[in-house]
Design a protein around this ligand. Sequence first.
Ligand SMILES: NC(=O)c1ccc[n+]([C@@H]2O[C@H](COP(=O)([O-])OP(=O)(O)OC[C@H]3O[C@@H](n4cnc5c(N)ncnc54)[C@H](O)[C@@H]3O)[C@@H](O)[C@H]2O)c1
Length: 199
Amino acid sequence: MTSIRTVGVIGAGQMGNGIAHVCALAGYDVLLNDADKARIEAGLGTIGKNLSRQVHREVITQADADAALKRIRGAAEYAAMAPSDLIIESIVEQDEAKRAVFAGLQPVLKPEAILASNTSSISITRLAATTDRPDKFIGIHFMNPAPLMKLVELIRGLATSQETYDASVKFVESLGKTIANAEDFPGLHRQPRAGADDQ
Ligand SMILES: NC(=O)c1ccc[n+]([C@@H]2O[C@H](COP(=O)([O-])OP(=O)(O)OC[C@H]3O[C@@H](n4cnc5c(N)ncnc54)[C@H](O)[C@@H]3O)[C@@H](O)[C@H]2O)c1
């Protein structure tokens, strides 16, 4: 099974910085990319503040927070994302923009790297089909705010392999999250859930 150590997060906005936060706290090395360099810096700042809040509430220790922050590196260029074992794309909800991200990343990624999208409404099967590895493509849909919300939906595309699904289950469980399997019907897996501020 694909062993995940480094997670590349594309998009440092509301969801992306929350996902990076959760992954780093769980011990993964995180590479945080955004098309806008200022959003990477802002995202890192938000993560720092949110980790401090967790320390304040005694959810984590200061040492946990410091270690998590150290595990996250801003990566403005795709080339820097090369060590990623798993990519979680969390950019604007636009089909074309998401396709362009995967097309741009593919040449630098390891062939075994898994591609995931945090999309709330775009078909995973169709997005996967535009990549060089539809079998290694899956929807991993976090709820907002990612550090607080327990539920994560996994959305298999038609071509998603069992190995990719199993690796994703293991990964999401390692984040301390609860998995719900959702169907790849555009729009269906973004039903608002209690407490979730999904858009
Ligand atoms: N906000 C929610 O409640 C929520 C919940 C679950 C899933 N989602 C999904 O998560 C994704 C991100 O949503 P968000 O609320 O974090 O959006 P956001 O607007 O807060 O952040 C999007 C970020 O993507 C960046 N970006 C845009 N194009 C890019 C590109 N080509 N390469 C790299 N970065 C790029 C922007 O600069 C911005 O920082 C969307 O697919 C959305 O549907 C959102």
